[in-house]
Design a protein around this ligand. Structure first.
Ligand SMILES: Cc1ncc(COP(=O)(O)O)c(C=O)c1O
Length: 386
């Protein structure tokens, strides 16, 4: 017996990473030693104190009941404390909702505010969940905002038609382009959202993965942002905890509460012990500066970044050294699928830019979430392939 998928499932494009994973599996089955620079999952471990906190909190029988659907009170306090220290942003605990990773919140926020057929503005290229998991799965309509190299991979708001838009996603430090936004461009985004009464969903998942002394801002630092914005954050990248599924959304109270309302009908929040671990993890910040382990973590990533980007430049492909994220976004001067296929044959898996949207064509994304010796080996393979 077969059952028909709902129309919204049929409207989903194929999951980019699933396609790539399938090809990688096939190569591996043939015994090829592939180096995967395609998935953004850190190879570095969580800090030791986080592992210890997990042991202690999971061992406490009191931490195995249902959580409050908006999140444990001490978790929400820890998040408000972190925002004050890190961004000098004042939040009340009811402006925080705990998430099962930021992806979950990004997907659910549209359910709270977007009616069938309503327009959601999504950057092109972008993290696929904004268009798919969020907009399409709640029957919204995707309106693309091109991110072009000549504009520093920022939307040109003068060219964006806001008519009928209910919600907009923005993400800096950016996946996949690794570009960053300065305060001025965030101010433009907030003004655009306010002028056109658009909910601004700001994905700040990579704010802590930064290099060369760069510190990423929060959209909530911008005057007036609290009127229109909800910001998504996560411990996934900051603490190398991608599998632990703990994140949060903060900002405008009505937006946060709308998301919490949807979630209360779907899940019962992250496990209490995970939230307790997150409280201890966030407490590692004594002020706005990154704690010791994060500085070391980013130093390791920075060394890999330099290796990879220098290789690409040496063989003639334009790629800026990113100030944040663990992605290199290289101009491959043509068909990104063909370029990725050529590298796959050389034993290196990368992500074709077209997988992140039409404007991603002509680029490839490479992650530096592999040990240094594998990055060196990958660089050698890439060099000899060209
Ligand atoms: C831009 C961006 N936002 C959000 C996420 C989701 O992260 P998590 O759900 O682990 O918090 C990712 C993961 O790769 C990402 O690249």
């Amino acid at each position: 017996m077969t059952f028909e998928y709902a129309q919204r499932i049929k409207r989903l494009p194929p999951y980019l990473f699933a396609e790539i994973e399938k090809k990688i599996k096939e190569k591996k089955a043939l015994g090829v030693d592939l180096i995967s620079l395609s998935i953004g999952d850190p190879d570095l471990p969580p800090p030791k104190f986080v592992i210890e906190a997990f042991k202690a909190e999971a061992a406490n029988p009191k931490n195995h009941n249902y959580s409050f659907s908006q999140g444990e009170p001490d978790f929400r306090e820890a998040v408000t404390g972190w925002y004050k220290k890190r961004f000098n942003v004042d939040l009340a605990p009811d402006q925080v909702v705990a998430l099962l990773g930021s992806k979950e919140g990004i997907a659910n926020v549209a359910r709270a505010f977007v009616n069938p057929g309503e327009l959601v503005l999504v950057p092109d290229p972008s993290y696929p969940v904004y268009a798919n998991g969020s907009t399409i799965l709640c029957d919204g309509k995707v309106g693309l905002m091109p991110l072009l190299e000549e504009n520093g991979f920022q939307p040109d708001f003068e060219a964006v038609n806001p008519s009928g838009a209910k919600m907009m996603f923005l993400n800096y430090p950016n996946n996949p382009t690794a570009s960053i936004a300065d305060k001025k461009s965030l101010e433009k985004a907030v003004d655009f959202a306010k002028d056109n009464k658009i909910i601004l969903c700001y994905d700040n998942a990579y704010s802590e993965i930064t290099y060369d002394s760069y510190r990423a801002p929060s959209i909530l630092e911008v005057d007036g942002a609290m009127d229109v914005a909800i910001e998504f954050h996560s411990l996934s990248k900051t603490f190398n905890m991608t599998g632990d599924r703990i994140g949060f959304a903060v900002g405008n109270k009505q937006l946060v509460c709308g998301l919490a309302k949807v979630k209360s009908q779907i899940d019962s929040g992250p496990p209490v012990y995970t939230q307790k671990v997150a409280v201890k993890a966030l407490a590692a910040y004594k002020d706005k500066e990154p704690p010791e382990f994060l500085r070391k973590n980013n130093q390791i990533l920075q060394e890999r970044r330099d290796l990879l980007v220098e290789t690409l430049c040496k063989i003639g492909y334009k790629c800026d050294k990113p100030k944040a994220t663990f992605y290199a976004w290289a101009n491959c001067k043509g068909d990104s699928m063909k370029f990725a296929a050529k590298l796959l044959d050389a034993g290196v898996a990368v992500t074709p830019g077209i997988g992140f949207g039409k404007c991603g064509e002509g680029y490839i994304r490479m992650t530096f979430t592999q040990p240094k010796e594998r990055i060196v080996e990958a660089s050698e393979r890439i060099s000899s392939a060209f």
